[in-house]
Design a protein around this ligand. Structure first.
Ligand code: C2E
Ligand code: CA
Ligand code: CA
Length: 752
């Protein structure tokens, strides 16, 4: 019995040992599978789970082959999903088909327990287990084990445990995948959201303008960087604390009213309006404000366009339109506007009075021509400043062009106020003006003053009255003031009277011409004759041209009158040329006013009349004044060129009193320059005048222009001019303007 017992014991021990070994293996297996579940996140797919499960099984059991089949949840059809080794697929599949046929597969799904069987050929033991939890079926496991190398009951338990774990792993994996998918869509959505937010933010940041979003009360919700810079406040400070109205300057003609804003439902944007924006430090900018509803929570997006530079440019342009570029003083346009206001005020409130001053520099043209434009310009700037320094701020000093200045004295009590100002100005000009390059100049000025306290017709041209008074001041010896009420009535009446009579005078043949000899000083003989018109008025007697030519120019009457003068002169000239051999190389000079030159077809008139009277145009000289160059230089150049084509020669009359520089003369193919008698008048008394005339003569010589001195009245002047190489002259010293019968004597003997 002993050995039997022993054998039994030995068997039992072996069994127990086996059991213990298997249990240990199972425990190890369990431990190794401890993180099986938690590892689900690491599984990339079901195959990973299956492999891991089999790896676990193999720790305890001799698994030679296996297969996992997935199951169709509706009719429980199974399909192979994963098997190992793959080359045994056929064999595996056949076995599974047998099991299906035997009903073991269906049983496995029902029981959810490990079923055991063997392959048809008896080579392998089989373990079958459905992959199913209480709620979910995932598939079925088929294990092919080496026969007899394991304890069946333990194998079933281990398989059961591992398959259950596998099921949890599969469940978790599915859940995880679901979460993952959800997460991904969430992440994608988040991404899209933040993308559009970035887009909006970027757009908002980069609108190119300072921009804010405000609520219905106008409180700032967002501000972009530009707005932060523009306002001087940090973005954080702006949000929720500042209101749009905090930035609109109080005196900017309105504040932003949010009650009147368009709502999203309404038409949308408001047209941009102009406001003055005030930043943190009180700096002001002109802005265009554009308010648009955001279409969201009653919010508005407001953008600020800084239009300060545009406004400044506008101001600049406006300034240019109303100011003289040289002196910066108001120009004629602005002055006339202010004067109009003053006249209106006077008409409405008779107690209100104003003073008007027309100021013209004495002999400025000569300075300008001899010392150059640059010095002339500096001088005009200084003159403007000096005049402006003599008046109150409410008064207006304007430059009217050339060397003419106008002053409007506002709110004067009486003539006395004008006296004080005009005397102050004259005194101020007693101080020499220091120019660059050591030029020290004493400028005097002539002033015509009009005071509204004196009787003036309601529609009177007050500027013209002041202008006439200024001329009167010049006539009376310059450097003085003449009040318009002393001359105005007489002058105005005469002007009107003459105007009315001019038309009639041409029909009545009241105009006639006189001739004044032009002398060749070197040869001391007659060089030409200047035609000078006169008006033999039936009541007034002989009226000098200075009195009616300006009126004729103003009214346009100068055109028929000019034609008449040419006709009279050509007739005489043709007769002399026939009668006296000495007349053959004489020139006939005719004065032509600017208007006549530019507005009539002078070239045509001259050609037809030269033909009619048989006068060679080569011996005709036209005297024009420099003012021809002022308005339309191009037209002047063309007209002069056209006339020169006819053969006539051109003289510049009254040189030294006009606007243009001597430099132009060469450019315009001028033949002769007549130096104004005002400059000749004093050459023997004033060294300044002498040097001015000397430099003019010098320039003419260098430019190859003939020069003629006007107004030579005595021998001293003549001799002085001769020493300066002046070749031509005219003046009472030789002969005054004379009737044609008298002048014939000169022609015959060819002397002055
Ligand atoms: P102007 O062209 O400078 O003519 C010369 C003026 O100087 C003439 O005055 C003449 O009498 C004056 N004169 C000549 N020699 C002397 C002198 O030695 N001393 C002084 N103090 N004066 C002298 P008048 O004839 O009274 O003419 C005045 C202006 O009227 C002319 O100045 C000219 O601008 C204009 N005028 C005269 N006739 C015509 C004409 O037919 N057509 C046009 N458009 N203007 C004319
Ligand atoms: Ca002349
Ligand atoms: Ca002259």
């Amino acid at each position: 019995m002993e050995p039997l017992k022993h054998k039994f014991e030995a068997d039992q021990v072996e069994r127990l040992e086996d059991l213990a070994r298997h249990s240990m293996q199972a425990l190890e297996l369990c431990a190794s599978l401890g993180d099986f579940q938690s590892a689900v996140t690491k599984f990339k797919n079901r195959k990973d789970i299956f492999e891991r499960a089999v790896q676990g099984l193999r720790q305890a059991l001799p698994v030679s082959m296996y297969a996992f089949y997935s199951v169709d949840g509706v009719d429980f059809d199974i399909d192979p999903e994963h098997a190992d080794p793959p080359e045994n697929w056929r064999y595996i599949r056949q076995t599974v088909d047998d099991l299906i046929e035997k009903g073991l597969v269906a049983l496995a799904f029902r029981e959810k327990q490990t079923l055991a069987d063997r392959t048809r050929d008896g080579r392998y033991s089989l373990l079958i287990h459905a992959l199913a939890t209480t709620s979910q079926t995932y598939g079925i496991f088929f294990g092919f084990l080496e026969k007899g190398k394991f304890e069946a009951s333990i194998a079933e338990k281990i398989t059961s445990i591992i398959i259950k774990l596998t099921c949890y792993a599969l469940e978790n994996f599915e859940l995880y995948q679901l979460v993952q998918q959800k997460n991904e869509t969430l992440v994608e959505k988040n991404l899209q959201l933040s993308r559009s937010e970035i887009l909006y933010r970027n757009t908002f940041e980069n609108t190119g303008n300072a921009t804010i979003v405000v609520d219905a009360q106008g409180t700032v919700i967002y501000a972009n960087t530009q707005f932060s810079e523009f306002s001087g406040f940090e973005k954080e400070v702006l949000s929720d604390s500042k209101k749009i109205s905090d930035f609109i300057a109080k005196n900017s003609g309105g504040r932003v009213s949010f009650s009147g804003l368009p709502t999203a439902a309404e038409d949308g944007e408001q047209a941009p309006a102009e406001y003055v924006f005030e930043n943190r430090s009180g700096g002001k900018k002109t802005v265009f404000l554009k308010i648009s509803p955001l279409g969201l929570d009653e919010r508005y997006i407001i953008s600020f366009t800084d239009v300060t530079p545009i406004k400044e440019a506008e101001k600049q342009l406006e300034f240019q339109a109303f100011h003289d570029p040289l002196t910066g003083l108001p120009n004629r346009v602005l002055f006339q506007d202010r004067l109009k206001q003053a006249v209106k005020k006077k008409n409405r409130y008779p107690a209100y009075n104003y003073g008007l001053m027309f100021i013209d520099l004495d002999r400025f043209k000569a300075v300008n021509d001899t010392l150059g434009h640059h010095v002339g310009d500096q001088l005009l700037i200084e003159v403007g400043a000096r005049i402006a320094a003599c008046v109150r701020e409410v008064d207006t000093v304007a430059r009217f062009g050339g060397d003419e200045f106008m002053v409007l004295l506002e709110n004067v009590h009486d003539k006395n106020c004008c006296d004080v100002v005009s005397q102050r100005i004259l005194e101020k000009f007693q101080e020499p003006i220091y120019m660059a390059a050591d030029h020290e100049i004493i400028m005097t000025l002539s002033m015509g003053v009009l005071v509204s306290t004196e009787e003036i017709a309601g529609d009177a041209d007050v500027i013209r009255l002041a202008d006439m008074s200024m001329y009167e001041a010049k006539k009376q010896g310059r450097n003085q003031v003449v009040y318009s009420h002393k001359i105005s009535n007489k002058e105005i009446e005469e002007k009107l009277y003459l105007e009315n009579h001019l038309q009639r005078a041409i029909k009545n043949e009241e105009f006639f011409v006189q001739y004044q000899p032009l002398m060749d000083l070197d040869r001391n003989e007659l060089y030409g004759l200047e035609t000078l018109v006169r008006w033999n008025h039936p009541e007034l007697g002989i009226v000098p041209p200075n009195r009616f030519i300006p009126i004729a120019e103003e009214t346009g009457f100068i055109i028929p009158l000019g034609r008449k003068i040419v006709e009279l002169a050509f007739r005489d000239f043709a007769a002399w040329r026939k009668q006296y051999a000495a007349a053959n190389d004489l020139y006939l000079s005719v004065n032509v006013s600017v208007k006549q030159m530019l507005q009539s077809d002078l070239a045509e008139d001259l050609t037809s009349m030269a033909e009619a009277f048989g006068v060679p145009l080569d011996y005709i000289n036209l005297e024009i004044t420099e003012s021809i160059f002022i308005d339309d230089m191009d037209r002047a150049v063309k007209t002069i060129a056209g006339l020169k084509d006819l053969g006539v020669s051109i003289s510049i009359d009254d040189f030294g009193t006009g606007y243009s520089s001597i430099k132009y003369l060469n450019q315009f193919s001028i033949d002769l320059v007549k130096i104004d008698k005002v400059l000749i008048e004093n050459i023997t008394g004033s060294p300044t005048n002498l040097s001015i005339v000397a430099s003019m003569l010098d320039l003419c010589q260098r430019l190859n222009l003939k020069a003629m001195a006007e107004g030579i009245e005595d021998l001293k002047q003549l001799e002085k001019l001769k020493t300066m190489d002046c070749k031509f002259g005219q003046g009472f010293y030789f002969a005054p303007p004379q009737d044609k019968s008298v002048v014939e004597q000169h022609i015959r003997r060819k002397i002055g």
